[in-house]
Design a protein around this ligand. Structure first.
Ligand SMILES: Cc1cc2nc3c(=O)[nH]c(=O)nc-3n(C[C@H](O)[C@H](O)[C@H](O)COP(=O)(O)O)c2cc1C
Length: 386
């Protein structure tokens, strides 16, 4: 028997009248990102908390993601005469107040009924952007309508029916998204033992915001293809061919080797997201940040390089940028934020990240995050990147 988990109160996919009031509601005092995490997890059903926090297999990669950041050492310069640090950058024609986007995580309605809508609003107020998931609780149109300036990149899973895939591409184009993110590390879900232990299956309504009942695409079928791989896994060649149907630039998410990074750009990608899906797919792979340097040098400039998996602090963001990422994505941090306080919780996460990034830059003696280079870091014992 599957364990029943109560869905959040309020409409899933239908934005409630009470949203404005909910947004104004005070949130618990959370002065550090660790406190946001604790507050977020405290309010969740333990099965959902395990689903959010957990990884795959023995969770070796999940642990490695964060440990690898600890093995990067800063090389500070003092008396640099700095006035104010600048953490701002830009991506696909939009300016970002910090080099942080929110990651495309599905099932967001389990963490807060407004899910990525709340995140989009927080991002818009803060001056950063979202990668909006295909498997979200709300449709990509609802997320964009709530906060047009933050809806930058639309995510898709390149698998299953080509008709469904291209129909999502058209919807992103028609809604004004500037780029696409194709998740390539998900030919099948990872071996997630916390879900098995709890006999937990995701409710289709929480991941089916893009396929409401009666929609042109049948939700059960689309999600079935996504989860059960009823159609053959795609190749770079097929992707290259299909992506000629759009002029939107795209990035491949889930890249861990220079070979795949080059395969992606040869297939037409504008760049990559170096990621192991937050340790939720193949356990035993490298941490994303250890994979980053060799991918940056293989791409040799000219491609967008994003990174996620294990970012828990502003100093992690600075380390990833020093190693050559243009920006990073935060997944669980953002989910903890909405779980702790909806839009305000998501905003708090960004604001704490900004303060940590700025403090790190000043103490590091570097004023502008876009000028950071490899000379800002070195590696401690146990580092396994190149
Ligand atoms: C609950 C949850 C759901 C996710 N769903 C998706 C998804 O639908 N598509 C996708 O590309 N990545 C998905 N991800 C992975 C995130 O986009 C991102 O790669 C990961 O969370 C980054 O690691 P972090 O959580 O350590 O920041 C999901 C992650 C979580 C935690």
């Amino acid at each position: 028997m599957n364990r029943e988990v109560a869905l959040p109160e309020g409409g899933l996919g239908e934005l409630r009248e009470a949203d404005a009031g909910a947004r104004a509601a005070p949130i618990p005092p959370m002065r550090t990102l660790g406190e946001v995490e604790q507050a977020g997890l405290r309010g969740l059903d333990p099965v959902i908390a395990a689903f959010l926090q957990g990884g795959s297999g023995s969770e070796v990669t999940l642990a490695r993601n964060q440990r690898a950041f600890d093995q990067i050492r800063f090389v500070p310069r003092t008396m640099s005469g700095l006035a104010y640090p600048s953490a701002a950058t830009s991506l696909f024609g939009r300016s970002l107040s910090i080099p942080v986007l929110t990651a495309p995580f599905g099932a967001d309605g389990y963490f807060h009924p407004d899910g990525h809508v709340a995140i989009g609003r927080a991002n818009a107020r803060f001056g950063t952007c979202s990668i909006v998931p295909e498997a979200g609780t709300h449709s990509v149109e609802q997320v964009a309508a709530a906060a047009p300036s933050s809806a930058l990149i639309g995510q898709l899973h390149p698998m299953g029916s080509e008709v469904n895939f291209l129909s999502m591409v058209r919807r992103y184009e028609a809604t004004g998204y500037r780029a696409l993110c194709l998740t390539v590390d998900c030919p099948t879900p990872g071996w997630r033992e916390h879900n098995l232990r709890h006999a937990f299956n995701i409710d289709n309504r929480v991941v089916g915001g893009n396929y409401p009942p009666g929609a042109e695409i049948d939700m059960e079928r689309a999600l079935g293809q996504l989860h059960a791989q009823t159609e053959p896994v795609w190749s770079w060649g097929k992707l290259a061919e299909l992506m000629t149907a759009t002029s939107l630039p795209w990035v491949a998410k889930g890249i861990l080797t220079p070979e795949d990074a080059l395969a992606a750009t040869t297939a037409g990608a504008a760049g990559v997201v170096v990621s192991n899906h937050g340790g939720r797919q193949l356990d035993g792979v490298s941490s994303a940040v250890e994979a980053l340097p060799s991918i940056v040098s293989a791409l040799a400039g000219g491609s967008v390089v994003l990174l996620d998996s294990g970012i828990r602090r502003g100093s992690d963001v600075v380390k990833a940028i020093a190693l050559g990422a243009d920006a990073v994505l935060v997944g669980r941090l953002s989910a903890y934020g909405i779980a702790a306080g909806g839009e305000e919780g998501a905003y708090r996460v960004l604001d704490l990240l900004r303060q940590e990034i700025e403090t790190t830059l000043v103490l590091l003696g570097r004023g502008d995050i876009t000028d950071l280079g490899r000379d800002a870091v070195t590696f401690g014992k146990g580092w396994d990147g190149s």
